[in-house]
Design a protein around this ligand. Structure first.
Ligand code: ADP
Length: 706
């Protein structure tokens, strides 16, 4: 409710919405505008009234947007303004004579000084139906207002309202424009900010650009260097002494192949760009394509060892060997896209190795021929690597362990220190080591060993090992002992007849003045025997010398064996209680050196007499077989141990006879054996301990001289 002079409710039902709608027009309390004044002026003129108003009805007041004829008044109280009534009806509100209108009888405009008598107001209706004000005409005299007048006023109100609507849309446009302008301003500000940022960035970019330029220049230089390097690398690869090639893709297309690899393949550069197996069909049955495929699939490098290739160089086919590598080339996803093939000729190394192996083989043969064992002793650990012969020299099997400690262990106590000392000396002075010593095999037998070695050094000159050879010298050592024994025996044997001869001569000398003395013939016999003995000994020595010098000569002729045997028996004569029994199965004419064969028979007979003194009968038999003659001398003496029987014909060999001492040089059977062998015959003994012995020899009946 608003207080009013009309004595009724002057607020329409939609007052609140109406006021809200009015607000949108932004017209209240704004200055007057020419366009609205023109409409009002036209309306006043049209109707011939003094006053015309364009009023806007606000919540409490009525604002005159245009005021024609009412001075400077801009506003009126809504409770007194007749325009407040005009917005209650969408038709034109007309009061032809105000004094006759009961609702106006207390209105100050009517009853006051102003003296209003006539009022007609057409409402200003917005496009959405709100009544926001009125276009009204006022007069101070009463008037009639026709229907036509109403329509004209309504027309003026519509024009005014259109103008108000236009004004509103203009304001909105302006506001929008203002808003847009703000946006533009903001955008401009932002642009300015962005611009300054851009400028900064620009500076940075400039710096970066400079750097880039420098990098570019550097890259350019590097690039050209790289090109030169690449050029050099290419020419290096093409002329390199190692074979180099690149196979691209799964089909192994030959992308690069240098001169050397082409030479190995036996191809020209026309194979470049061709798949490998197409370029080299001969590879089909060889392992290489499969190996390459594996490298391509697995991405793992393959290192090949000494591949054999037959290659032509200077028109000659050569056997060549190569070590080679298949190296996968991978992209950034670690996928193989090509394979580098590098091959290096190792023919020289292989042939050196083969040569070395051959030398080693020859060395092995030489060691074996000389029964030389070889060893390599690790000085630090005492471990020894020994050849089979070396181990056998020490009585060990090939698979048995045999280290330095084991070696020292088997050396006989009296040699241990000497060996250890010599080894230490050799290591300390880096000189050759030589030693001969006696060892005991695991089976208890004693053996003489000759060992030598040379220390080996590392790069710093420290002795690390000792390499050398060993040889079993037992035979030589025994022979040396035999030889020493022989010399003392020989001296002794020679001395006996000489002493006897000397004594005899001395006695004869004393009897010089008494030549008829009965003892003289006996002394002469004695001297004769001593001379014979000496002559036999000297003959034996001479024969031995001749044999060892290879100068034993045979003077052969046909002779009668039986006569030769008889001569022998006669020469020996009857000594002690021996007698000879000669058995012959026929007449035998032999061919040979009668004197030397007689020497053999005499040796057999003398031995029988010497070593079987208790046997009476000495049987000498002559057997004439188809191809040869066999002569045996049998005694009933002590017999000979079977173990020593094979040694009887060795030089210097003399058996021991249970403490009994027999004179002799141990040469008789040795010389006999040589004589018979030279005749192409055989010699031997059949003997049983306690049952006597039979020494025999055979010579070919007819023979070619050896
Ligand atoms: P020597 O008789 O001068 O010692 P030999 O060569 O003639 O040399 O004989 C070698 C050895 O053979 C002799 O030392 C002896 O032990 C043995 N021997 C030879 N003949 C006989 C024999 N009839 N009976 C037993 N032992 C013999």
């Amino acid at each position: 409710m608003i207080e009013n002079s009309f004595n009724k409710n002057i607020l329409p039902d939609n007052e609140a919405d109406r006021l809200q709608a009015l607000e949108h027009y932004k017209i209240t309390d704004t200055p007057s505008e020419k366009s609205f004044d023109s409409i009002c002026r036209l309306a006043a003129k049209t109707f011939g009234v003094p006053i015309s108003l364009l009023s806007i009805v606000d919540a409490e007041s009525v604002f005159f947007k245009s005021n024609i004829g009412m001075g400077t008044k801009k506003k009126a109280y809504r409770g007194d303004s007749l325009c407040a009534l005009a917005i209650l009806d969408d038709q034109v509100t007309v009061f032809e004579d105000a004094l006759k209108e009961p609702c106006l009888l207390t209105n100050p405009n009517v009853v006051g000084d102003f003296g209003l008598r006539f009022y007609a107001g057409a409402p200003l209706i917005t496009h959405d139906g709100y009544l926001i004000g009125s276009l009204c005409i006022i007069d101070k005299q009463k008037r009639t207002f026709s229907q036509k007048d109403r329509m004209i006023l309504e027309g003026f109100a519509e024009i005014a309202m259109d103008q108000i609507e236009l004004r509103r849309s203009s304001i909105e446009t302006i506001e929008k424009l203002a808003g847009a302008q703000i946006n533009i301003k903001n955008a401009v500000n932002e642009l300015a900010a962005v611009n300054s940022k851009l400028e900064l960035k620009n500076e940075e970019l400039k710096t970066v650009n400079n750097k880039l330029q420098k990098s570019f220049d550097l890259t350019k230089t590097l690039n050209s260097d790289l090109e030169i390097s690449e050029q050099r690398l290419k020419s290096f690869i093409s002329k390199a002494p190692i074979a180099f090639g690149i196979l691209k893709g799964e089909n192994m297309i030959i992308e690069l192949a240098n001169d050397m690899i082409l030479k190995i393949w036996g191809k020209t550069s026309s194979v470049i760009g061709v798949p490998l197996v197409e370029a080299m069909p001969e590879l089909k049955d060889q392992p290489y394509p499969k190996l390459l495929e594996n490298v391509y699939k697995s991405g793992e490098t393959f290192i090949g060892d000494t591949a054999y290739v037959k290659m032509e160089s200077d028109g000659v086919m050569r056997d060549c060997y190569f070590d080679f590598v298949y190296e996968p080339l991978k992209d950034h996803q670690n996928k193989t896209f090509a394979i580098i093939v590098i091959a290096n000729e190792v023919t020289e190394r292989i042939s050196n190795k083969l040569e070395l192996e051959e030398l080693n083989r020859q060395f092995e043969i030489a060691l074996h021929a000389g029964q030389l064992g070889s060893y390599n002793l690790n000085i630090k650990t005492g471990e020894m690597t020994c050849s089979e012969i070396c181990k056998s020299n020490y009585g060990r099997l090939a698979n048995e362990k045999f280290d330095f400690a084991d070696l020292i262990e088997c050396i006989e106590p009296e040699f241990k220190d000497m060996v250890a000392e010599k080894v230490s000396e050799s290591i300390a002075n880096k000189t050759q080591y030589n030693a001969e010593y006696l060892i005991k095999w695991p089976d208890g037998s004693l053996h003489w060993m000759s060992a030598s070695g040379l220390p080996g050094c590392d790069a710093e000159g420290n002795v690390t090992n000792m390499i050398g050879v060993t040889v079993d010298i037992t035979k030589r050592k025994n022979y040396e002992v035999q030889k020493d024994d022989f010399l003392s025996i020989a001296s002794h044997e020679l001395k006996t007849p000489i002493t006897s001869l000397k004594a005899t001569v001395q006695l004869l000398s004393k009897l010089k003045s008494n030549p008829e003395h009965p003892i003289i013939p006996k002394l002469i016999d004695q001297a004769d025997k001593s001379t014979d003995k000496l002559s036999t000994l000297v003959d034996d020595l001479l024969n031995m010398h001749r044999i060892s010098e290879g100068k034993l000569k045979l003077e052969e002729s046909h002779f009668d064996l039986a006569t030769m045997i008889e001569n022998c028996c006669n020469e020996v004569g009857m000594t002690g209680n021996h007698y000879f029994k000669i058995i012959s199965d026929g007449v035998a004419t032999a061919y040979g050196d009668e004197q030397k064969l007689e020497q053999v028979v005499l040796n057999f007979i003398n031995n029988a007499i010497k070593y079987a003194p208790q046997s009476d009968e000495i049987v000498i038999s002559i057997e004439c077989e188809t191809d040869n003659f066999k002569i045996s001398v049998t005694d009933q003496g002590e017999g000979i141990d079977p173990a020593i029987q094979p040694k009887l014909f060795d030089r210097y060999f003399r058996a021991s006879h249970d403490g009994r001492k027999y004179s002799g040089l141990g040469l008789g059977l040795y010389i006999s054996s040589e004589i018979v062998t030279r005749h192409g015959g055989e010699i031997g003994v059949i003997s049983k301990v306690g049952e006597g012995s039979t020494f025999w020899f055979s010579i070919p009946a007819k023979k070619e001289l050896l």
